[in-house]
Design a protein. Structure first.
Length: 191
């Protein structure tokens, strides 16, 4: 005698259950597959592409920093070159010029009793010549002319130029002194 399975559940219900199990199995496989794909994609974006983007961002930041450093270096080089030029000019001026005390001593020798200085100024020109500006008063045009002749006759003072000579009335003494401005160059030291 053979035993036969007898199912009390109708075949339609069993097929529907089987279909639902298969659908659930394939749907869960599909969800797991999509989750794995999304996880792999996220990993690539964060790790692989993120490093590339970080590198690109770092490269941009690095290039910006290098450009700034390059600009700072150029600025520092310009300042160094300017300082070197000024140093060379200063050394040249010191080596080629007379001392101020010797200039003042010669000026004191040239002065006459009727001329006096109110202001004395030294200035270095662009061509490294030392310029001397004298401003003061003289009792008359004659005494001023004598002073200019003596100043021009001294080899230390070159290119003596009378810039201005104005008479001004002195209220107290009644005299008419001449206010003057003279410019000249100081000769360089000859070895």
């Amino acid at each position: 005698m053979a035993l036969r399975d007898v199912n009390l559940i109708p075949d339609e219900i069993l097929e529907r259950r089987s279909l639902i199990r298969h659908l659930l199995l394939w749907f869960s496989i599909l969800i797991v597959t999509v989750a794995l794909i999304l996880a792999a994609n996220g990993y690539q974006k964060r790790m692989v592409y993120g490093k590339t983007q970080n590198r690109q961002g770092a490269i941009k930041d690095l290039s910006t920093a290098l450009t700034k450093i390059g600009g700072d270096i150029l600025k520092a080089q310009k300042e160094m070159n300017l300082a070197r030029r000024e140093r060379v000019q200063l050394v040249a001026l010191i080596e080629e010029r007379r001392s101020y005390s010797s200039v003042l001593a010669k000026l004191a020798d040239v002065m006459n009793d009727q001329t006096w200085l109110q202001q004395l100024a030294f200035d270095a020109a662009e061509d490294r010549t030392l310029k001397l500006t004298l401003m003061g008063f003289s009792r008359s045009h004659e005494s001023l002319g004598t002073f200019i002749q003596r100043l021009s006759g001294e080899p230390m003072f070159r290119r003596v130029v009378l810039k201005s000579a104005l008479e001004s009335k002195d209220q107290l003494s009644g005299a008419v002194p001449v206010q003057f401005q003279i410019e000249c160059d100081i000769a360089k030291v000859t070895p």
